[in-house]
Design a binder for this molecule. Structure first.
Ligand SMILES: C[S@@+](CC[C@H](N)C(=O)[O-])C[C@H]1O[C@@H](n2cnc3c(N)ncnc32)[C@H](O)[C@@H]1O
Length: 235
């Protein structure tokens, strides 16, 4: 596994730290029935969504980076075109990369605020359920980094939950029920999602203000209403 020096401190401006994410990926947590169910759901539903958009918007050949990959479970259906597509998992948590799906050709421990890739070197970037964990200011910094490493005219695909996401709303109801029990404190299925997408217009603006032309925004149909899918091209 490749490694790079990591220096982040996202905590100060409102998002999670590297320690929080390590805790999220700890074996204890991931063995819980809820997390096992999410793992199944990622493979059964979101992997199909990723495969669809990947095939439709990314070229047949090149190097593609999943930025904030976790275990890359949602990538396992991607067609690699007999080795034409090289898939690189990138995450801040070193330990999770050891459990990365074998479809990924390389695993790089790195920070999405400071990606360990050269300018204009990557053929496509994507992620699933990552951007919503950051503040607007941080999202713009991350988008700046995606812009830097993508080749001109190349694309990015971001799956971000909408505020109207039906599955998310159902999870919030279950969390409320669990938290109503006095012995439970602040139970959540996922780390806080502080920047969900509030409208199609907002999704388009997110791309445009970061110098990406908007190619497509999927309302959520392809992920059973869990995610909006944003497709942008580096202009
Ligand atoms: C909610 S998880 C989503 C992971 C995966 N896409 C999935 O669907 O299971 C967000 C991921 O972003 C990673 N992450 C958070 N901050 C990061 C950073 N600064 N640089 C790289 N990865 C980061 C976390 O470790 C975590 O794996």
């Amino acid at each position: 596994m490749s490694s790079s020096t990591i220096e982040i401190n996202t905590k100060s401006d409102g998002a999670l730290s590297q320690e929080d994410w390590s805790e999220h990926w700890s074996t204890d947590k991931q063995q819980s029935p809820a997390q096992r169910f999410f793992s199944f759901y990622r493979k059964a539903v979101f992997a199909r969504t990723v495969c669809y958009f990947f095939d439709r918007y990314f070229p047949d050949r090149g190097v593609f980076v999943e930025a904030g990959s976790g275990t890359s479970e949602t990538s396992f259906r991607i067609s690699k075109n007999s080795g034409g597509r090289v898939l690189v998992a990138t995450d801040i948590v070193h330990a999770v990369l050891k459990h990365c799906h074998p479809i990924m050709d390389d695993r790089v421990c790195g920070d999405i605020f400071n990606l360990p890739y050269a300018d204009d070197s990557v053929d496509g970037i994507w992620n699933v359920g990552v951007m919503e964990h950051f503040t607007q200011n941080q999202i713009d910094r991350i988008m700046g980094e995606f812009y830097r490493v993508l080749k001109p005219g190349h694309r990015l695909i971001l799956l971000i939950p909408g505020k109207d996401s039906v599955p998310q709303k159902m999870l919030r109801v279950v969390e409320k029920i669990v938290n109503a029990r006095r012995e439970v404190k602040n139970f959540r299925f996922h780390p806080p999602e502080i920047s969900q997408i509030s409208s199609m217009k907002q999704a388009r603006e997110l791309l445009n203000r970061n110098n990406f032309d908007c190619l497509h925004i999927d309302y959520g149909w392809r992920s059973l209403m869990a995610f909006k899918t944003l497709v942008g091209v580096k202009n």
